[in-house]
Design a binder for this molecule. Structure first.
Ligand code: FE2
Ligand code: FE2
Length: 460
């Protein structure tokens, strides 16, 4: 058997396992756009999974591809099933879902596919960074300082998109939702690196961890103050109300830290990545405060951002001196390339977060223009796909690998592209261009509606 045919078989088995996992009643979605306060249920859009080719890992520029979004939704669910999630209102009425989510059936499917799914989702990182020059702690530190300065000085694409949006409030909420993915379960990945025995570096990491947990005071825990920020915007605070709106880039960013933390062969990479993250958070939150104050004035509670603007300056220093450089000193030049790889990958993945969020803000904010553009694109000659919906159909969001033109054939529909913005009403004959990789969902506003999806021909 050749390596290629083994790979093919693994991918085939992976696809089957993933589809059986996603067919669980927990992952079929509901008619509502937001998920109810039940952390075990999340829409995995099982019908769209069959389209995803798990033989073909997304390449370097394909982090927003349909199969990438599908893979990261699954991975995020796998990882969170290894953490303790309980609903704030208590388990009453949810005991069965609890049993199913953590039960042996889904666990076996997760355990037998997680490694292959991780390889699929993160394979594109392997060749994306070059650490061949990382030979000494000095080279590592110089590179680290360089990329942190670059992040500090460069504008945030997502915040720039918010500031330039017509509907800045909805754009800002869309950004908050991307932060909620980590914000509502903060430091869960980090917790997996605390066990064991690895000297003073372990204590330095633990110091950061307990800060994230408010030193054991629930009201000071970062997740608690994150929820306060959402509440001040009138938004839901439960895990994961806004599941349908998490984008592939932010999902990949969140999953990346779990991916490194699940496999301690990647511990040094984790140390590099967490050091980068802690160092760039403080200036990013300073920037976010400016943009959000400008839009909402004093109406929004930004304690979460102020806290991070302050404490992550401290965390950035501790991780650099007492984790990154200390590990390089103690364990010698052989660990330096891995530490550097973590820094470089975290920077790259952080860029996916920013670019995806910015692109989604611009598309959701420019639907009028995308209606016009739909009339100007050339369509593939292949017959369009027809989707029929009723108001009771489960709501799910997705994206496509190619630009598509959505055409309402029958009834009336709502196109939903943001968590809090007004839906775009579409009547029979209306068309909208959906750029490749953009997230959207459709609800029927009539007893029955149908729409067609035409693939746009590539430019040229
Ligand atoms: Fe934090
Ligand atoms: Fe921090």
């Amino acid at each position: 058997m050749t390596i290629q045919s083994v790979d093919k078989e693994v991918a085939g088995t992976l696809g089957k396992r993933i589809i059986s996992f996603a067919r669980s009643p927990l992952f079929q979605g509901a008619a509502q756009v937001l998920h109810a306060p039940n952390p075990y249920r999340r829409m995995l859009v099982p019908d769209s999974l069959a389209e995803a080719d798990f033989d073909r890992p997304p390449g370097a520029g394909q982090w927003a591809a349909h199969r990438s979004l599908a893979a990261h939704r699954l991975l995020g669910t796998f990882y969170e099933a290894d953490t303790v999630l309980l609903p704030e209102q208590g388990l009453d009425g949810l005991h069965e879902d609890f049993g199913l989510f953590y039960g042996s059936g889904l666990r076996e499917l997760r355990e037998s596919s997680v490694s292959a799914l991780e390889r699929f989702a993160f394979a594109c990182l392997d060749d994306a960074v070059d650490v061949s020059g990382a030979t000494t702690p000095e080279v590592l530190d110089a590179y680290f300082q360089h990329v942190v300065a670059e992040a500090e000085n460069g504008p945030s694409p997502a915040l720039t998109a918010i500031a330039g949006a017509r509907d800045r409030e909805s754009a800002a909420d869309l950004y908050l939702v991307q932060l909620a993915l980590d914000g509502l379960t903060e430091a869960s990945a980090m917790s997996r690196n605390l066990a064991g025995a690895y000297g003073p570096e372990q204590s330095a990491l633990f110091k950061i961890f307990i800060d994230e947990f408010g030193y054991g005071v629930y009201d000071a825990k970062h997740t608690t103050i994150f929820a306060k920020m959402l509440r001040s915007r009138g938004m839901a605070t439960h895990v994961h109300a806004y599941w349908n709106f998490y984008l592939a880039g932010p999902l990949a960013t969140n999953n990346y830290y779990y991916y490194l933390s699940r496999d301690h062969a990647k511990f040094f990479r984790y140390a590099g990545a967490v050091t980068y993250a802690e160092a760039v958070f403080a200036p990013a939150f300073v920037e976010m405060v400016k943009v959000f104050r400008e839009i909402f004035g004093d109406e929004v509670d930004l304690h979460y951002c102020d806290e991070h603007a302050h404490i992550d300056e401290h965390h950035g220093r501790i991780t650099r001196e007492q984790v990154l450089l200390a590990l390089a000193e103690r364990h010698g030049p052989r660990v330096v390339p891995e530490l550097m790889r973590g820094v470089a990958e975290a920077r790259l993945v952080g860029g996916w977060f920013e670019d995806d969020t910015a692109a989604q803000i611009r598309w959701a904010d420019g639907l009028a223009r995308h209606r016009e553009l739909a009339g100007t694109v050339r369509l593939e000659s292949a017959p369009p796909r027809r989707v029929v919906l009723t108001p009771d159909s489960p709501f799910g969001t997705r994206g496509h690998d190619d630009a598509m033109v959505l055409e309402v054939e029958r009834g009336e529909a709502e196109l939903i592209t943001t968590p809090t913005g007004p839906p775009e009403r579409l009547v029979r004959g209306d068309v909208v261009l959906i750029p490749a990789g953009r997230l959207y969902g459709v609800r029927s506003a009539a007893p029955e509606s149908a729409y067609l999806l035409h693939t746009a021909a590539p430019d040229g």
